[in-house]
Design a protein around this ligand. Structure first.
Ligand code: SF4
Length: 581
């Protein structure tokens, strides 16, 4: 799209928005902030909106947004040769000091490259000069494993925006130039400059060590930066309202950060410890102010009910007239009051994550609930007047057998019985939808050394589960393909040697099979190898605060079907896991 067409499009979008920030550029650090997907998807992402707000809260920074053009416009944008521009001032992104990406999903890696190309910026850091903006990559994926993006980023920000932005600004203000900035920023907590490290490989292809280059001041490992407490902090919440997003003009608000449950596969659970609740009064104040623009509140938290005042928060939101959607609810925290409040707010579907069908396998993964408790929760859910239930399951877990697949079917049937018994009284039958994903072992979890289950095994299990769950009335299963998970695993578990495959997939429109074949990247090496004897894992360059010895002992306990009980109270949690010393 030509510049004038982009400008018209930007003005159209801005006209529908409430809350965007327009600042003069003069004398400020200019940041072009991208969500590497479309406007429609990006504006529904609370992390992205939060970073925009945090940048613009600084007087010395002006931050403007840009997005991937929708598929229907991408070819025209490429063909026009006009550089992609920001929404707020329609300035080409190449004219900014910093181009920052907030990356939440591995599948958006190729979009990062597309946006750089559309901006006329070389995708590899080594090909850029002082005439180009600094490329900063942050977001959830970067504090799990930033390595597959290492060759594209000048700086990787590992941790939470609230803790990172002030030190980034300090380094910029004090720096005399690009090199000086990089040296200053690595002295701050949470910043990783990949070009400051030599990576040494052993003869078997594993990483022998990361070696900081002499004179750069880069630390041997980069410590993640995170908020120590949320007591005095405003909760992240939607600041720009627009109808043009996945969730319409919904107020998204983070109620509590982290989850104390310690499920052994869960990177979010481990990486956002300790559990930190945002102040109730601030949550309600923000909701009150936003009521003029929104009548729907999306509560974004992985363990909503870990907030000590959750019942009061929900009561007040209902009184304000909000419809409420929780992102997901942890079963062990569901109470009749909470369900009642959600029902009153208009919610008809509850999403829960049994993960597996058998208590035995749940002990292996440390999901410390039983089928009996799940069925009890379902009683409460349907008794409260909810119609539908959404279930998350996983397959390809350690020690899994055919009995565990049968158990998924059996548990779902039992849940259906509960739904039907309540539906009969109400004369209306809802539905149960099961989503099934193969396990992708994640960095920063007790499964970080595990190979992904062999593709033939996953295919067989998918087939078996499809046949077990076919034809059950009012029950629907979505089962993710093994190939989809395989390439996601490659991006999760890889190191900078997978970058050529990301570049090729970007060039060929997302054909990963061809990209891997063309570039000769040994994907099986990254995905199907047992890493337990590796000296250094790709993500060891970031210290997330959790000890390897803890993960190893958790894995071994899991193999013995032993659980680690979740320390429910925050103080105990922080004591057990000294993440933020
Ligand atoms: S309950 Fe388990 S899976 Fe869910 S967020 Fe907490 S740790 Fe993760």
């Amino acid at each position: 799209m030509k510049h004038w067409q982009q400008r018209e499009r930007a003005l159209e979008l801005l006209a529908k928005e409430v809350g965007y920030v327009r600042k003069p550029h003069g004398g400020k650090l200019r940041v072009a902030l991208a969500f590497p997907n479309t406007y429609f998807v990006g504006m529904s992402n609370l992390g992205f909106q939060t970073v925009y707000k945090l940048f613009n809260a600084e007087d010395d920074i002006v931050c403007e947004r840009f997005f991937l053009p929708p598929k229907s416009e991408l070819a025209a944008q490429r063909a026009s040769g006009a550089p992609v521009v920001t929404l707020e001032s329609q300035t080409p992104i190449g004219e900014f000091d910093v181009v920052a990406f907030s990356v939440s999903f591995e599948w958006d890696y190729t979009n990062v490259l597309t946006l750089l190309r559309l901006g006329g910026i070389p995708v590899r850091a080594e090909d850029r000069t002082h005439r180009h903006p600094l490329i900063l990559i942050g977001g959830a994926v970067t504090f799990v494993n930033p390595e597959p993006l290492a060759l594209f980023a000048d700086v990787i920000a590992a941790g939470e925006g609230e803790a990172l932005i002030p030190s980034l600004l300090r380094a910029f203000n004090d720096a005399s130039g690009r090199e000086d900035f990089l040296r200053r920023v690595v002295a701050e907590r949470g910043f990783y400059v990949p070009s400051f490290y030599d990576v040494h490989y052993a003869a078997d292809g594993t990483i022998a060590r990361y070696e900081p280059r002499a004179g750069t001041g880069a630390p041997p490992v980069v410590r993640k930066a995170a908020l120590k407490t949320t007591e005095a902090v405003d909760p992240p919440a939607t600041t720009i309202f627009t109808p043009e997003t996945e969730f319409g003009s919904r107020l998204l608000i983070e109620v509590v950060r982290g989850c104390a449950n310690l499920c052994r596969f869960c990177w979010a659970g481990y990486n956002y410890l300790p559990v930190r609740a945002f102040p109730k009064d601030r949550i309600l104040e923000i909701a009150r102010r936003a009521r003029a623009y929104s009548d729907h509140a999306g509560l974004v938290s992985i363990a909503l009910c870990d907030h000590p005042d959750i019942e009061e928060i929900l009561t007040e939101l209902v009184k304000m007239g909000y419809a409420i959607s929780p992102a997901s609810l942890r079963l062990d925290d569901l109470t009749p009051t909470i369900l009642d409040l959600l029902r009153q707010s208009g919610e008809r579907t509850i999403t829960i994550a049994p993960e597996v069908g058998s208590d035995r396998l749940r002990r292996v993964i440390n999901k410390t609930i039983t089928n009996e408790e799940i069925l009890h929760a379902a009683e409460l859910i349907f008794a409260s007047g909810m119609d539908n239930l959404k279930l998350y399951y996983m397959i390809g877990l350690p020690t899994e057998t055919d009995d565990d697949l049968v158990a998924i079917r059996d548990l779902t049937l039992q849940l259906r019985d509960v739904m039907m018994s309540h539906a009969r009284n109400r004369g209306q039958i809802g539905r149960i939808v099961g989503s099934v994903n193969p396990l992708v072992p994640k960095p920063g979890t007790a499964y970080q050394w595990l190979p992904m289950e062999a593709d033939v095994v996953i295919e067989q299990r998918i087939k078996r589960l499809r046949s077990l769950t076919a034809g059950i009335d009012n029950v629907y299963f979505n089962i993710k393909s093994e190939r989809h998970s395989f390439y996601q695993a490659l991006m999760s578990l890889g190191d900078r040697r997978v970058s050529p495959a990301i570049e090729a997939a970007e060039r060929n429109g997302g054909n990963w099979r061809a990209a891997v074949a063309e570039t000769g990247v040994d994907a099986d090496f990254f995905v199907f190898r047992d890493r337990s004897a590796d000296t250094t894992l790709p993500w060891d360059i970031i210290d997330g605060g959790m000890k390897d010895s803890f993960f190893r002992s958790e894995f071994e306990k899991g193999q013995r079907e032993e659980t680690t009980l979740p320390p429910k109270r925050q103080k105990e949690n922080a004591r057990l896991l000294p993440v933020l010393q």
